[in-house]
Ligand binder design. Structure first.
Ligand code: MN
Length: 132
């Protein structure tokens, strides 16, 4: 698994957990603590997948998702929202921003791995979403 993943997360504990899980599975990754940092990174680096926290200090993860997908080179990069905002109305709003899937916090490692594998494999990786 040589996929390169961009992890956007402002919470240190969540970031530690996510990067530990990615490391354990052999994925390469780069981290960003804000949407702004993530958008700066994607202008110069290529990623196969993005894990996107939704609540971020400046721009939120939904706006960031739209901005990433507005870059032609990244129009189809799968983005997985990772969020505690699991209320049903909120989930639909997040999916409508263009993410391929939504993983809820607290993070279940099997769910995270399964979703990453599906998204990287080009499969629909969330039943509620339109895969892009
Ligand atoms: Mn956050």
């Amino acid at each position: 698994m040589n996929a390169s993943i961009l992890v956007v997360e402002d919470n240190l504990d969540n970031m530690k957990l996510i990067t530990w899980l990615l490391e354990d599975a052999g994925y390469s990754f780069v981290t960003a603590n804000s949407a702004e940092d993530a958008l700066a990174l994607v202008t110069t680096k290529s990623f196969d997948l993005i894990l996107m926290d939704i609540s971020l200090p400046g721009m939120n993860g939904m706006e960031a998702t739209q901005q990433v997908h507005a870059i032609p080179r990244l129009a189809n990069v799968p983005i997985i929202a990772v969020t505690a905002h699991a209320a049903s109305g909120e989930a639909e709003k997040i999916l409508a921003s263009g993410v391929s899937a939504l993983v809820t916090k607290p993070i279940d490692e099997d769910e995270l791995y399964r979703t990453i594998r599906a998204c990287l494999g080009g499969e629909p990786c969330n039943g509620q979403s339109t895969h892009r």
